[in-house]
Ligand binder design. Structure first.
Ligand code: SF4
Length: 331
């Protein structure tokens, strides 16, 4: 029996951090058991925001793919590939752009949000407005049955479903409507208490050696109410406790919460407890990563082979699309 297909992607923004692990990668690794998985490094999506300086994209593709492999994505079971090596995505994006009302793109919540977050860049571009539609093309060109996403990306899948309905109404039933697999995305903040992000310099990376991780976690911000060791704190407002929730077992979480509220433990004790579990959790990744990091050619080979495999599927879908839209001529 063929397994249902899912597709998900990441932008090549650099090495992956703990937020990527808990918000996506862990889940992607699990999904390999049940689904035919396609995981794509979306380099064209990186261009929508980084067009003025694309110099880091190539190196970042290898960083991301190396982290994927280290985390347990298995190229023998899943297709790992690069978006721009399957140019059919761009053709389908163009075809979909003919039938998609502008208002559907303008109302996507991330359109305004990201423009505000990156206000120093000029994102009043055609490509940036259209990127959710490029995502739709990424998904439906493989006729994916479902898309694993966090809550913030769910409106994109909803728009994809609308685009599919419109396309199928106009030209016949070519595409299935992809379902959303909502992924819990635990709150992971950076060491300074802001969103964990490469641009803030506050990230704990999967590739950081244990000693670097210790050096980053020890000075991490905590509940500001705990100025002295004797001040009781509130774990629910502490970013270290968010990490406990993601990486420590329930008994350690209970120990940290109780010790925090009663000032029974200090923040360094609490971080020590977290580090034990966090480093244990990263052991496998740390064991696997150097092997791939030392052989970037192997990583490119894996991505190229995956892209060829993906392209076969994409080509077949585009034949159907061109036929349905009557853009097919005698050869
Ligand atoms: S004891 Fe732990 S949870 Fe409480 S403020 Fe310190 S680091 Fe945060």
């Amino acid at each position: 029996m063929t397994r249902p297909r899912i597709l998900s992607g990441m932008r090549p923004t650099g090495p992956l951090h703990l937020g990527h692990l808990t918000g996506a990668l862990d889940n992607w690794v699990r999904l390999q058991e049940e689904y035919d998985c396609l995981y794509v490094v979306v380099d064209w999506h990186a261009l929508t925001t980084d067009y003025a300086d694309p110099s880091g994209i190539r190196a970042n593709i290898v960083e991301v793919a190396t982290d994927w492999l280290a985390a347990g994505l298995d190229p023998a079971r899943s297709t790992l590939f690069i978006q721009s090596l399957v140019p059919e995505h761009a053709e389908l994006h163009l075809m979909l752009s003919m039938v998609t009302p502008l208002s559907w793109l303008e109302r996507v919540p991330t359109y305004k949000e990201v423009q505000q977050q990156l206000h120093e860049r000029d994102l009043a571009t055609y490509g940036f407005l259209g990127y959710p539609l490029l995502q739709s093309a990424d998904i439906i060109i493989y006729k994916a049955d479902a898309v694993p996403v966090g809550e913030d990306q769910a409106p994109h899948v909803e728009m994809t479903r609308e685009v599919v309905r419109r396309f199928n109404n106009l030209y016949g039933p070519v595409f299935p409507e992809p379902k959303t697999i909502l992924t819990a995305t635990p709150r992971i903040l950076g060491t300074d208490g802001r969103k964990m992000s490469k641009s803030y310099g506050n990230s704990v990376y999967l590739k950081d050696p244990p000693e670097v991780i210790r050096q980053k976690i020890r000075p991490m911000v905590t509940d500001p109410a705990r100025k002295r060791r004797t001040d009781p704190g509130n774990p629910e407002v502490c970013p270290v406790f968010d990490l406990h929730k993601a990486f420590s077992p329930p008994e350690t979480q209970a120990w940290a919460a109780e010790g925090c509220r009663t000032a029974g433990i200090g923040c360094l004790d609490c971080k020590g407890g977290l580090l034990d579990h966090l480093l244990r959790r990263l052991e496998e990744i740390h064991a696997r990563r150097p092997e791939f990091a030392a052989r970037p050619d192997t990583v490119w080979d894996i991505l190229r082979a995956g892209s060829l495999r993906a392209r076969e599927v994409a080509r077949a879908t585009m034949e159907e699309v061109r036929t349905a839209m009557q853009i097919i001529y005698p050869r």
